[in-house]
Design a protein around this ligand. Structure first.
Ligand code: NOJ
Length: 558
């Protein structure tokens, strides 16, 4: 397998609004990030992925961009950004910027021109259609609101928005627009950035004719089959690669909902010259019912393992996995896949062990490294995320009980991941001396960086050990993934690179369980490399008692 810097890297995702506020306005900012770079360096981070910091009216916290070449006022200035990049590079780390080009803000000058008249030169930069009688051009649902279309009185046509009304979709069929985007990407690369995380990138090519979804249901229907992995997607990405990416040694990560490993290979196989890796959503959808994320169903360890094994096997030697269990759009991993009460520390460490011992590039989302948890605010008024608010209003308008909607929000709402980073036990968790834009999770007195720093057995210290371990052992990066016969709550696998072998055993349950070592492994020496518990030696050979959420990594030697 080819060695690449981005395969060996560990990425840390910063959601700037909630990371650290340097000027007391209650909103995290770039100078705040600069002041925490040593913290990230000490953690062992190689790459920072920064969520959007471009000029934006903030309908969707920066994912609605009104100027790609300027910094959002709340976050600081371009001078601050330049200094941040310099300081990141000085510490030997790299910076990946979010690239949001499926849509812009409706306040972007392109859209303002586009909506001004049907014959404006920028009209075709967006997707405009006339209605079908009194109705929208098709029945697609938007991710954030019922219809994916908005009627615009000025020209009596509708524009497409797969996300919010204030995020009109760009028309990638227009070659002039595509080249404007490539120019913008090149502008940022020339400023010295090291890569792009491409927002909703598999939505950029829509099916010809924008057909309605054939459905028995009235109203708006999820139309993914007509806008995900669309007919020209690979042509666009290959063009982007030719025009921009191939000229530089940068990292590209695609955000790609609803894909299979077969799709992932089309995006990431090296000879296809598209992207380096993609974020798959199969694992994130494990607890979603047929109507989507808010229809919550229980997940099982069996499904969890099956999905991971499938992705590990199918991309091995051909594509490359990105490894993540949470981000700014997902609930906190310890609350969702672990146990955020009695076994919070154990399960946070066990899940981290999984992410850092699979084949792929691990991503850490801010706060994960101290075991931050979901939050449950008393009232909907405390919530800020537009997806959450739209879901609440739509459900209540349809007659659903508000408490039921709140229950779903407690489990799946995006604000679970967006409460301010918990730095210490001062007011507002040390995030800001002002009033934070969103309330701090009330558990900050017990869960914060200051406490974690003082305790050698903390989650934070465990992350440092895990990251070091991965760096010191190439088998953890390049080794083949071999699942063992798994059942019950145990997930066990071996990573192998030539004669190097590591055995990983994880317990996903809050009860003790015996793990039987298969005979081929039994006759090798097991040298314990990492564990989230104290391990006494001299156990029964052939059998290991795994305690609640225990994780062990052994080196196998003949
Ligand atoms: C995916 C981003 O991660 C999410 O936060 C955003 O709301 C949508 N794309 C729209 O840009």
């Amino acid at each position: 397998m080819d060695r690449k810097w981005w395969k060996e890297a560990v990425v840390y995702q910063i959601y700037p609004r909630s990371f650290y506020d340097s000027n007391g306005d209650g909103i995290g900012d770039i100078r705040g990030i600069i002041s925490k770079l040593d913290y990230l360096k000490e953690l062992g981070i190689d790459v920072i992925w920064l969520c959007p910091v471009y000029k934006s009216p903030n309908d969707d916290n920066g994912y609605d961009i009104s100027n790609y070449f300027e910094i959002m006022d709340e976050f600081g200035t371009m001078k601050d950004w330049d200094e941040m990049l310099l300081e990141i590079h000085k510490r030997g780390m790299k910076l990946v910027m979010d690239l949001v080009v499926n849509h812009t803000s409706d306040e972007h000058p392109w859209f303002i021109e586009s909506r001004s008249s049907k014959d404006n030169g920028k009209r075709d930069y967006y997707i405009w259609r006339s209605g079908k009688g009194e109705k929208e051009p098709n029945n697609w649902r938007s991710f954030f609101s019922p219809s994916a279309w908005e009627y615009d009185k000025a020209t009596e046509e509708y524009y497409l928005h797969l996300f919010s009304v204030k995020q009109p979709d760009l028309n990638w069929e227009n070659a002039k627009l595509r080249h404007e985007i490539y120019k913008m990407m090149e502008w940022w690369i020339k400023k010295g950035i090291d890569g792009f995380r491409m927002d909703a990138v598999n939505c950029i090519s829509k099916a010809k004719g924008l057909p309605s979804v054939d459905s028995e249901c009235e109203g708006y229907v999820y139309g993914g089959r007509y806008f995900l992995n669309g007919p020209r997607i690979h042509e666009y990405l290959q063009e982007m690669n030719r025009e921009v990416i191939s000229k530089y040694n940068i990292l590209t990560i695609g955000e790609t909902p609803d894909i299979t490993p077969e799709h992932a290979l089309l995006y990431t196989e090296e000879n296809r010259k598209e992207l380096n890796m993609v974020f798959q959503f199969e694992l994130m959808d494990i607890d979603s019912g047929p109507s989507g994320k808010w229809e919550i169903k229980p997940w099982s360890v069996e499904d969890f393992r099956r999905i991971i094994i499938k992705w590990q096997r199918e991309l091995d030697g051909k594509g490359w996995n990105s490894l993540y269990l949470n981000n700014h759009d997902q609930p906190r991993m310890v609350s969702r896949f672990g146990n955020d009460s009695e076994f919070r520390a154990e399960s946070a460490k066990m899940l981290a062990t999984l992410v850092h011992t699979l084949q792929g590039t691990p991503f850490i989302y801010q706060g994960e490294e101290i075991g931050m948890t979901n939050v449950a605010f008393d009232s909907i008024e405390e919530y800020k995320d537009l997806e959450t608010l739209n879901f609440y209003n739509e459900s209540v308008n349809k007659g659903k009980e508000p408490v039921k909607a709140m229950e779903a929000i407690y489990k799946k709402g995006r604000d679970n991941a967006r409460t301010p980073m918990q730095w210490n036990d001062d007011e507002n968790a040390g995030f800001s001396v002002g009033k934070p834009w969103i309330k701090v999770n009330p558990n900050y007195k017990k869960i914060n960086v200051k406490i974690e720093n003082k305790n050698m057995d903390s989650i934070l210290e465990y992350y440092k050990r895990l990251i070091r371990f991965r760096k010191q052992n190439p088998v953890m990066v390049y080794g083949r993934f071999v699942p063992l016969a798994n059942d019950g709550p145990i997930f066990a696998y071996v990573r192998e690179l030539e004669s190097e072998k590591m055995l990983i055993i994880l317990n996903f349950d809050c009860l003790d369980i015996e793990f039987k070592i298969s005979p081929e492994i039994e006759f090798q020496n097991l040298k314990l490399m990492l564990s989230n518990y104290d391990v006494k030696h001299g156990q029964n050979p052939g059998q290991i008692k795994m305690r609640p959420y225990e994780a062990r990594v052994y080196k196998l030697t003949c």
